[in-house]
Ligand binder design. Sequence first.
Ligand code: FAD
Length: 524
Amino acid sequence: MTNISKRSFLKFAVASAAAVPAVRAASAAEASGKWDEVTDVLVIGYGGAGAAAAIEAHDAGAKVLIVEKMKNAGGNTRASGGGFIIPKDADQAYEYLEKTFLFADNEMDGSLVREFCKGAVALPQFFKRIAPNAKLRVTGHANYPYLPHADNITKYRVRGKHTGGIDLIETLRTAVEKDRNIPVWLESPALELVRGPNGVAGAVVRHDGKNVRVQARRGVVLACGGYEYDKQSLQNYCLGTNVLGLGNPGNTGDGIRMAASMGARLWHMTSYSCPLGIKIPGCKAAVFVSMQTPNYIMVNQDGKRFCNEAGVDFHGFIYAVNQLDGVKHRYPAIPCYIIMDEVGRLAGRPTHFSYGYAAQIEGYRWSEDSSREIQSGVVKKAETLDDLAKMINVPAENLKAQVARWNADMKKGADTEFGRKLKKTGKTAFVGTEVPTLSAPLSEKGPYYAIQAFPALLNTQGGPKRDAKARVMDVYDRPIPRLFVAGELGSIWGSIYQGSSNVCEALVYGRIAGASAAAEKPAA
Ligand SMILES: Cc1cc2nc3c(=O)[nH]c(=O)nc-3n(C[C@H](O)[C@H](O)[C@H](O)COP(=O)(O)OP(=O)(O)OC[C@H]3O[C@@H](n4cnc5c(N)ncnc54)[C@H](O)[C@@H]3O)c2cc1C
């Protein structure tokens, strides 16, 4: 299975750990100590990728243990929209998806994208096998309909009582816990990996108030998500500043540190799905901006528009606000402000998705007419643009000039600044409730409203590079023995991505990682 000798692995892993001082102190656990628990495959993280890995490893005959840091299973997958693509044809899907890498020139590994396409096409059979009663429903189409073979891409969701990833996670949990009796340790974070003579030998897990040394005789699968809530990682890998999270607060980059401690090569570290979000007092996660009205604009701290608000694919909004002003030393569009009028307020919530950690797990519901948020100060209200500008601390003259220009443009029938469209054209990426808004003038009379918005991560894509068998690669692209990775941790996707492809990837590479780990010869 491995193409690296025992001695060179050890030599290399020690050398690379020494090159990363932050990791060295915490990651030198060796396999010489006594094991407290023995399993074949240890799965770290119980979201979509961890669940799929556990199912495949179990079905291949391995003894499996899942450890999860949080009180509940599900991670970002549970908080998500639960959407995944199922292409009709793997080769055509590949041709479509490879074009998305050209948009941002991120590193692409064609073998991984091909494997993804094959696995994505096979998802209906996977669901038939593990959950014969599960029904899938269509939720959308390709995000980039003008690319070749876009018609090949359809988005699905597991049908159920909820709108998001809860139905998917509950389906997977039934398969893991009820149908297979795979043990799950909740509130049990993996602290560090343990190195052995044949590669990764296990991990130290905090469980029931003790540090438990778990031997993984066949392998360890890292399925512990990204770094959305880790300040150090955000400051080092993420663009912009004050970046919020929309998903699971347990995603704190632990997998990046564990993989790096074994000498892994990191990739896609500055790629993420990151719309705009709104801070809600008392919630750990933000809620994400999804305007339902055309009667709004977005302005920066100078009171000026900075992008085509309705044209940016929401996954990539961070790239529109990430402008560091090197003269004044500030990010003028972080935070930025949504400016709307009374028609806009009454058109519906500025965050109408019913998923996300704040909505699904913390139970936050934005009031239909934003009255609760006006009261709490999340939405600022003023009778005039002068007063609104004062409330949000932007130059009033600029804000008034910007609204006047926008309204004049709307009368002329064209956004002369950023080309925001007036009418919908062609097929949209989403079906159902998620309809992108377009353009309309703001009222000449108040009241006006402003909402402060920040970049807010759905997920990060960075982490250890894998190969098509989901083996973690070292910095010279050699597999690190008995270490596997799946999901958004070291995702195959770059900065601009198709959408509904992270959940799909979690399932596809979770399955591959579980099967690959189970195929290893058990260590003594
Ligand atoms: C609001 C929202 C909507 C989204 N909608 C979609 C969508 O519709 N389609 C799509 O494709 N993508 C979507 N995404 C992104 C997608 O949900 C994730 O990228 C994907 O689910 C990641 O799956 P995962 O299994 O890799 O990670 P997760 O599901 O996040 O699971 C990782 C788990 O590991 C745990 N963990 C972390 N550290 C440790 C540790 N040290 N020890 C043990 N456990 C640990 C975490 O607590 C977590 O439970 C969305 C994300 C959000 C937040």
